[in-house]
Design a protein around this ligand. Structure first.
Ligand code: GAL
Length: 357
């Protein structure tokens, strides 16, 4: 148990990336790169005790630099989309966010946090090893106001959980929305599609998106829709339903709002589970974030970038549970508040806990 590290490749500017592996006494391990704060491997046991990598990734940093998909990355300064790359904050218009997704801004822009080399702010050895990465995003970077000082701590706990703790501080009022973009496949990342994996989500509503997946502002009750995961069901059960919201996105790619998100406090609550009947692997999602983006890897199909070991990218071969605030929040009354002021701390935690049954 503890932390080991190894070189992970060279960036175009000559800087070296490193891969840190955090392991507990039971052999559960998580590897994270300082490039993008990226989760590269999670080795979790199945019901027979066999360990497999349950996240999609690449073999070296060179691929992470050029490939799309944000595999395993820490995404910011604002995850998901901001319509037309513009918003108004304290009466001032910010309209120069980088447009990188049709007419919209996605996942922090041209060089978001997912594509930056973070520094190591600290490590803890021992039974529950942790790694803290830090990034300072200067005032004006990617069009956002304020110098944002971000740290993300990855902790491997004794109970086979990965805890991710996000903190950010600013010197001017700004907007922040941070997440991790791990692509999970509980059968092992190269085991086929995830349509038989069974999901439960504690969400009463989801956000409708337009044809570019920008929220229309409507929060749709999940009741009677393919988006109802309040009783566990296979991801594939309603995946091909004749539903306009599913069709627009090519599958699930929606922000699910946790039941009681408006009043939920700081407490970490169990908000989701995923289970793979074939291997018995189970994932529990605990968070104090108000929402999660369920994304079924609908764009994971770029033949130019095979995954680790040469396994091809294929749609629906993974699911993402990106804990977050609502996409495009700065442009919608009644959405989550993504404003961060000087003196405040953006402070959220998400735990992915693995077991087998
Ligand atoms: C997700 C987003 C998808 C897609 C993906 C990256 O978070 O919801 O629409 O952009 O990231 O390929």
């Amino acid at each position: 148990m503890g932390i080991t590290k190894r070189p992970f490749g060279t960036l175009p500017d000559g800087q070296e990336a490193t891969l840190y592996t955090l392991r507990n006494a039971g052999g559960f391990s998580v590897s994270v790169s300082d490039f993008g704060g990226t989760i590269v491997h999670i080795l979790a046991p199945d019901r027979k005790g066999q360990f497999q990598n349950v996240v999609c990734g690449y073999d070296s940093v060179e691929e992470y630099v050029v490939a799309d998909g944000y595999l395993g990355a820490t995404v910011g300064r604002f995850c998901n989309r901001i319509a037309r790359g513009r918003f108004t904050l304290e009466g001032k218009v910010y309209d120069d966010l980088y447009i990188n997704d049709g007419p919209n801004h996605l996942h922090g822009g041209k060089v978001g946090f997912s594509h930056r080399l973070w520094s190591v702010a600290g490590t803890e050895e021992g039974e529950e090893p942790s790694l803290t990465l830090r990034l300072v995003s200067p005032d004006g970077e990617e069009g956002y106001p304020g110098r944002l000082d971000v740290s993300v701590t990855f902790t491997v706990r004794a109970d086979h959980a990965l805890a991710i703790h996000y903190e950010a501080r600013t010197d001017q009022t700004t907007v922040v929305n941070l997440t991790n973009h791990a692509y999970f496949n509980l059968g092992g990342y190269a085991s086929g599609d995830v349509l038989d994996q069974v999901l439960w989500l504690d969400a009463q509503s989801y956000l409708r998106g337009d044809e570019n997946l920008i929220p229309t502002g409507e929060m749709i009750p999940v009741d009677g829709t393919p988006f109802d995961f309040r009783t566990p069901k296979a991801i594939g059960r309603d995946f091909f339903a004749d539903d306009a919201d599913l069709k627009k996105a090519g599958g699930y790619d929606h922000c699910f709002n946790f039941t009681d998100w408006q009043s939920a406090g700081r407490e970490l609550r169990l908000r989701g589970t995923a289970f793979d009947p074939a291997t018995g692997r189970k994932l529990e999602l605990f968070t104090n974030s108000p929402c999660v983006q369920l994304y079924t890897a609908n764009f994971l199909k770029n033949p130019a970038f095979p995954l680790s070991g040469g396994y091809p990218q294929m749609t629906q071969h993974a699911f993402c549970l990106e804990t977050q605030k609502m996409p495009d929040s700065p442009n919608h009354e009644g959405f989550t508040d993504t404003t961060l002021c000087p003196g405040e701390v953006f402070d959220y935690t998400t735990v992915y806990r693995f077991s087998a049954e």
